[in-house]
Design a protein around this ligand. Structure first.
Ligand code: NAP
Length: 259
């Protein structure tokens, strides 16, 4: 095993899930860094690792340093982490690999495509891992590490990774916000959100069988303008929801008129 000893830079959501998967793969977490020592200690203690809040004091026994911190802080923290030619990767969807040049001559990316939360069970072997590395040998070693964590490992460059991240924002973050809007609309009528669960589950299940283009239904898809006007009128006291409804209905209609 090339990357046997792992140091985690960060103790947030991704670091928690990665630590568990890395530990399960038979590797050793040797150190956890977090700017708040309590966070580093909490994660480190679960794996009998050392905890630190000093980024300039990385554990020299680590074979790979995984930076899993807020995107805005990656470049700055990498600039303080001097580990010569040891492998350094980050886990961000939209941060270029090159920001790690300051940390080491050996760098790359290990981007897990999933929405992570604390206290959530995730089957990490199902999480797509997008990897990138500057050096061919490092890429091979990173591939070996990634394959021991997940069945779905893909080599993806920085531009493509950003495309994937944007797609994930549409597929997950925006969709989830739509669920929140739906929940509020139902709450106005004193109806529980669970009435939508069969619909939500069927929408996701159907996507395994057909293209999203073919799965689209609803008033905008049918160009049913009478219903659309009634819905917009009903939403008159909710200008944000009315705006979203209007915009999406217009774009759906334009999209299907073109085809
Ligand atoms: N969450 C996801 O679903 C997900 C999925 C794929 C990829 N990612 C990527 O993974 C990375 C980590 O995301 P996350 O969700 O795990 O983040 P998170 O749970 O919000 O945790 C953020 C971490 O960044 C640290 N941090 C924030 N600002 C810092 C600074 N200025 N200097 C040093 N450390 C700082 C925090 O330290 P303290 O707690 O000690 O303050 C904490 O350890 C990001 O690049 C993100 O884009 C996230």
């Amino acid at each position: 095993m090339i990357y046997q000893n792992v140091a985690l830079i960060g103790a947030g959501r991704v670091a928690h899930h990665l630590a568990k998967a890395i530990n399960n793969s038979g590797r050793k977490i040797v150190q956890v860094y977090s700017r708040r020592i309590a966070h580093a200690e909490e994660l480190a203690s679960a794996y009998k690792a050392a905890a630190t809040d000093e980024i300039t004091n990385p554990d020299a026994s680590a074979d790979i340093y995984i930076i899993a911190i807020s995107d805005d802080a990656i470049a700055e923290v990498a600039g303080q982490l001097a580990v010569a030619n040891k492998m350094v990767v980050h886990t961000s969807g939209s941060t270029p690999m090159d920001v790690l040049q300051a940390a080491s001559s050996n760098y790359g990316v290990l981007y897990p495509l999933q929405s992570f939360a604390f206290n959530q069970e995730i089957d990490f072997s199902q999480v797509p891992l997008c990897i990138e590395a500057a050096d061919p040998d490092a890429k091979e070693n990173l591939m070996q590490l990634a394959r021991s964590l997940s069945r779905d490992v893909r080599q993806v460059d920085s531009d493509t990774r950003m495309q994937i991240h944007i797609a994930a924002v549409f597929a997950n973050n925006f969709t989830n916000f739509m669920y929140l809007m739906a929940q509020e609309i139902l709450a106005d009528g004193k109806v529980d959100f669970d009435i939508l669960m069969p619909l939500i589950e069927e929408t996701t299940r159907k996507l395994q069988l057909q293209h999203p283009h073919n799965a689209q239904t609803g008033p905008a898809r049918r160009a049913d303008n009478g219903i659309i006007r009634k819905h917009l009128d009903q939403l008159r006291d909710h200008p944000e929801k009315q705006e979203i409804y209007k915009l999406l209905s217009r774009i759906i209609q334009q999209h299907f008129q073109k085809k």
